[in-house]
Design a protein around this ligand. Structure first.
Ligand code: CS2
Length: 500
């Protein structure tokens, strides 16, 4: 490919590729975003593009921050921050189709590991009004079961004594706000866009806990003047593959080193509590501002992410690679539908305008999207950080109501099997999880084989950082052990059929 996507090649792109409908040169940098992964670039950045195109308010360009890797910066710098968003699904005949749009909202990308001072200065910059985050669940350095800061986290310990070179997102935020406060600049909004329960409140708790250890006056300023709206984010965004790069370059006629690929579906619900203004993100196809995001976020975590994780663990065990392959299996699909219908949906508030049956059908259709190879292993990673809000809160609510929880227990049993590190056919894989070492050591101590099913279930559920107060729940542990035994002997699909 001869050319490269950048400001100069933009005008020559094919007519069916959408592009920024505003003058990028006049953009100020009102948003600092920590975590420049594919999700941000396929979700908040395109919605910011809609807002920029809709009005004359040029304050809302994005300065992205990668905490560690320079890869995104290296890909986007030669492209003037431009990249392609590809939205893929299938037409009525099942043929893949793809809509391309070049996104212009990202001004530039900083790499914190190379130059932390530049990030702190950007947070303190007078133009900055919003600092948003997609750093994944584990990026909050909190204990999943309680939401409290993990004081023993090496990055947190480091950041308390190295205020000029923080490594963690929390350290970066607090030391950036310290510089901002010291310079007498106004407050900002801190906007979490990760799949955590009450993500804004959770972030606020962690930031204040860390700030209190830095300086009580700083803590008080943040608590009084900065805001932390809760938000719900939803769009399926698999990791970009080299196939994606090649296909997209062929359509653009120039190379794009890092396009992002997602489904057309998008939801973003944000509490309208901003300390220093916000973009008009509420464009058609964009975000919705609400007073209370809690019902939306509960619905999303339980009904989208819960089944996603359940399918990931069962699907990997059964030897499937992608979500669409796994959900095409009648046993897994039937189980997922029953899990949603009988055990998850009853814990949720009614959604105005969307019947529970329609919600389930929509979700299964999103998972079945044949044009979007979404690897199960991507979802399976970091289970210790995901299960509490995706499956265990639902389970607690079922227990409180004296209602059945057998299918939720199968999802936990599937995680237990997953943690063996190999599937039913013996193919092994790496377990990516910040708590993998502790979890695997506990399970290894419990043994393997027929006699160990109950001990392994007890060892897993007894792990308080993930399971909290569920640790001693005998009926739950029995159910997990029973399903794990079926999975071990007859496989994930048999276990799914039995749970129907
Ligand atoms: C997925 C989510 O990777 C995962 O754990 O469950 O990223 C999921 O695709 C999104 O939350 C959908 O909005």
């Amino acid at each position: 490919m001869a050319g490269r996507l950048n400001a100069a090649s933009l005008a020559g792109l094919p007519a069916d590729v959408a592009r920024p409908a505003y003058d990028r040169r006049r953009l100020r940098a009102g948003i600092v975003h920590l975590g420049m992964g594919a999700f941000h670039r396929a979700h908040q950045a395109p919605v910011t593009d809609l807002a920029l195109a809709a009005g004359g308010d040029r304050r809302w360009g994005i300065v992205g921050v990668s905490l560690r890797s320079p890869a995104t910066r290296d890909a986007l710098a030669p492209q003037d921050g431009l990249y392609t968003l590809s939205l893929r699904d299938a037409d009525a005949a099942g043929r893949p189709r793809e809509a391309l749009a070049v996104i212009g909202a990202v001004r530039r990308v900083l790499v914190a590991a190379e130059d932390p001072a530049a990030v702190l200065a950007q947070i303190a910059h007078p133009d900055t009004r919003i600092v948003s985050l997609t750093v994944t669940e584990k990026g909050y350095c909190h204990e999943p079961a309680t939401g409290r800061l993990r004081g023993e986290d090496p990055d947190i310990i480091h950041d308390l004594v190295h205020p000029d070179a923080p490594r963690s997102a929390i350290g970066m935020l607090v030391h950036g706000l310290r510089a901002r406060h010291a310079a007498g600049r106004g407050p900002v909004t801190l906007l979490s866009c990760d799949n955590l329960p009450a993500n804004g409140d959770t972030l606020r708790g962690l930031v204040l806990e860390f700030a209190a250890a830095v300086a009580p006056r700083l803590r008080d300023w943040i608590a009084r003047d900065c805001t932390f709206p809760n938000s719900m984010v939803d769009r399926i965004v698999p990791r970009t593959s080299d196939d994606d790069r090649q296909r997209i370059a062929a359509r653009l006629g120039v190379a794009d080193a890092w396009p992002v690929v997602g489904e057309p579906f998008l939801e973003w619900i944000i509490e309208d509590r901003f300390a220093a203004g916000r973009p008009a993100w509420d464009q058609p196809g964009g975000a919705r501002f609400v007073a209370d995001a809690a019902p939306f976020e509960r619905l999303k975590l339980r009904m989208v992410n819960g089944p996603h994780s359940a399918l990931a663990y069962l699907g990997v065990s059964a030897g499937f690679a992608t979500v669409s392959e796994a959900v095409a299996d009648p046993a897994l699909r039937g189980y997922l539908d029953a899990l949603m219908r009988d055990e998850i949906a009853p814990t949720l508030p009614a959604t105005p305008g969307l019947a529970p049956d329609a919600l389930r059908a929509r979700l299964l259709a999103r998972f079945a999207n044949p044009a979007l190879p979404h690897r199960l292993q991507q979802i399976a990673m970091d289970g210790s950080q995901k299960l509490p809000q995706r499956l265990l809160d639902t389970l607690r609510e079922r227990l409180r109501a004296g209602a059945g929880f057998d299918r939720l227990a199968l999802a936990v049993a599937a995680w237990l099997q997953y943690l063996r590190g190999h599937d039913e056919r013996g193919a092994s894989y790496r377990i990516e999880d910040p708590l993998a070492a502790e979890l695997c050591a506990r399970l290894a101590a419990a043994g393997e084989g027929a006699a160990a099913d109950a001990a392994r279930a007890r060892a897993l559920v007894g792990y308080a950082p993930v399971f909290g107060d569920l640790a001693g729940h005998a009926a739950f542990i029995d159910a997990v052990a029973r399903h794990a035994s079926v999975m071990r002997r007859h496989g994930a699909r048999a276990a799914a059929r039995e749970a129907l």
